[in-house]
Ligand binder design. Structure first.
Ligand code: ATR
Length: 276
């Protein structure tokens, strides 16, 4: 019986079991990981709550939640962290001693930790591309790093405006919604949170959005360069990072929530890169 699972549909492709097994192996003999057994759990599309309930009855202690259940998990959790509330989605569940499930969202912290491995965020101008769930999940953790400003560009402007409105009272950092065609130039950190790369599509941005020494970050990753990172390369950007480090980073945050142990992401990220 697994004590930890990743729940999704589909789930067979999930890399989370390998990542968490490597984290646990960094603490041999530690009491917090002696019964750490992490597996995949396929839930029916209309059966998320029942699946978590059965898992709890069988001794489950924690779960990662992936597509398409992050909003289900948000509604399911009896308690929510501030960052899960801000994200409107839950990617990590922890069974509390009361028996209640705590819902957290570690995606934004995973992104921030990965970006900080390359550049500082404080006082930098951020351009976030996209206004869906992926973008929403990272806004509060990015603002916590005290950037100079956060601009949000989306194909549908009203969605960008609506999203930023939700954060306007939570921070004094300037929040700006833009259409792709009305972006300023010279952003320091440009993050692609759209799903355009999934369809192999490029974004309607010009080379001027990238400041000299900018970091281009794509939440997507793959064996081949993503369309967004190809755009950045052609614009002359040398600092280009894909989302594999965010994946490992969000897992590290979840592992720490469950075990209070802080794993080293670097060797796990290297191993994952080799497996792509
Ligand atoms: P996710 O949970 O991955 O964020 P989502 O909520 O469906 O998925 O959001 C997808 C995001 O990618 C949206 O910001 C979407 O833009 P719209 O709000 O205008 O639909 C954006 N997106 C998807 N395909 C795109 C494309 N080809 N060009 C630009 N933006 C695109």
């Amino acid at each position: 019986q697994p004590t930890y699972v990743v729940i999704g549909n589909p789930i067979a492709h999930s890399k989370s079991p390998q990542i968490h097994a490597l984290f646990a192996a960094q603490f041999p003999g530690h009491p917090a990981v002696t019964d750490f057994f992490y597996d995949r759990l396929l839930a029916p599309l209309d059966g998320f709550a029942a699946a978590v309930h059965d898992f709890a009855v069988a001794g489950g202690r924690g779960a990662n939640v992936t597509v398409p259940f992050k909003e289900d998990a948000y509604r399911f959790a009896a308690e929510l962290t501030t960052r899960a509330q801000a994200a409107g989605a839950v990617n990590t569940l922890k069974r509390l001693s009361s028996g209640n499930w705590l819902g957290d969202n570690t995606d934004g912290a995973g992104l921030v930790a990965d970006v900080l491995r390359h550049v500082e965020i404080k006082d930098r101008r951020i351009l976030l591309l996209g206004a869906g769930g992926a973008a929403r999940g990272v806004i509060l953790p990015l603002l916590a790093q005290q950037p100079a400003s956060l601009s949000l560009a989306n194909r549908t402007l009203s969605k960008a405006e609506g999203l930023l409105n939700q954060f306007s009272t939570m921070s004094t950092i300037p929040l700006l919604a833009h259409e792709f065609s009305h972006l300023n130039s010279d952003y320091d950190l440009i993050i692609n949170a759209t799903s355009a790369s999934l369809g192999g599509e490029r974004l309607p941005i010009t080379n001027s959005v990238f400041a000299p020494n900018a970091l281009a970050y794509d939440m997507m990753y793959g064996k081949v360069e993503t369309p967004f990172l190809a755009q950045a390369r052609e614009a002359g950007v040398t600092l280009r990072v894909d989302g594999l480090g965010m994946l490992v980073g969000q897992a590290a945050e979840a592992f720490e929530l469950w075990t209070s142990l802080r794993p080293d992401v670097e060797p796990v990220l290297q191993w994952m890169r080799e497996q792509l």
